[in-house]
Design a protein around this ligand. Sequence first.
Ligand code: KG4
Ligand code: ZN
Length: 405
Amino acid sequence: MMAVSSQFSGLTGTPHTATPDPLATNPTTSHAPQTSATKPEQKSGVYGPVLAIESSCDETACAILSPDGTCLAQRVVSQDGHADFGGVVPEIAARAHLALLPGLVQATLHDAGLTAEQIGFVAASTGPGLIGGLIVGAGFGKGLALALGKPFVAVNHVEAHALTARLPGLVAGGAPFPYLLLLVSGGHCQCIAVEGVGQYRKLGGTIDDAAGEAFDKVAKMLGLGWPGGPELEKLAQEGDPKAIPLPRPLLGRAGCDFSFSGLKTALSQKLAPYGHTALPRQFAADLAASFQQAVADVVADRIEHALNMMPEAQLLVCAGGVAANKVLRARLEEVAAAHSLRFAAPPLRLCTDNAVMVGWAALETCQEAAARGLSHPDDSTTRPRPRWPLEDMAQRFTPPQDTLA
Ligand code: KG4
Ligand code: ZN
């Protein structure tokens, strides 16, 4: 097994490995014997451990999960070549995925103590996302599956976020269907009714910026680094959330769509008198706190509406990088409690882009196919796609039409 750690140092990102993980066991020997974690379990519709790849944005990730969802190993490299540009540059991201993936996959197999031949099948995020990265990750996954003579499962990245809460042991009391998912990240901002594996209804989404995108843009206006969300939250701790009046776009409006561009514009007008001069620290902190409060108020209101649209929800789940925000979380907990619902937000490393969620979505897909009497999915002809509506996922389980009838 080749040494891989040196491949990551200073190249394109920061590797996150060996994260203490309540879900993970971590065998240290390679060429592990077949155990219950590695042997094929065709009864449940799963052929054996899944090797999963994530490359839809600026995280390059690989994970290996046993058929019951135990994480045997996972690695994530957060690419750092984008900060100078103030956002993810698709071309840089795709090239970095290409450079990182071979070593990352080998390192993850090594961490799991498995050889490639012991993998049951391969899965990769195949959409939605940045097309260059998707082509790299899905192409790598398909090639690996072909070389090993194993099936390839194409995973919808948003579906993977949606099913993460169901990882065994993650949410106390489990995450039974149906539940309401709020997905808030740099690229996504939507409310989804998760009704079953492959069964999703989008209740609402942003009509302009994603929540994380708004945090990033406002942080940039305030002269903070990128990604801006965590920096803005830190600065906001020094500020007064009531100091500067800002609008609450769509508050009280029917449905559960979101809008953040008006809020961003209102904030930029507060900055105008300062021109290019540095902002006084307290003023910047007050703006950060007021903006964060406005976002939390709006999101809480939209979720209130979404829960009224989905009275059957058993649970409120929040995923995506913005789920890390403590003020937002506190507001969402209040809304859930008012509806006598549990609130769950996966730990941050599973909220942000990772390959564990990709592997888990693939396992759930295989199990659902088996439960419906369908054969193990093999998506080696599924093309990567920048858009892939969740509603399309039900087609996977539609029995083939009898064309002779
Ligand atoms: O899910 P994620 O890692 O990547 C995607 O965008 O898919 O989310 C990253 C986003 C960034 O926009 C970042 O600024 C935001 O999540 N974010 C936060 C916080 N931590 C990350 N936004 C607000 N408060 C935070 N603490
Ligand atoms: Zn994502």
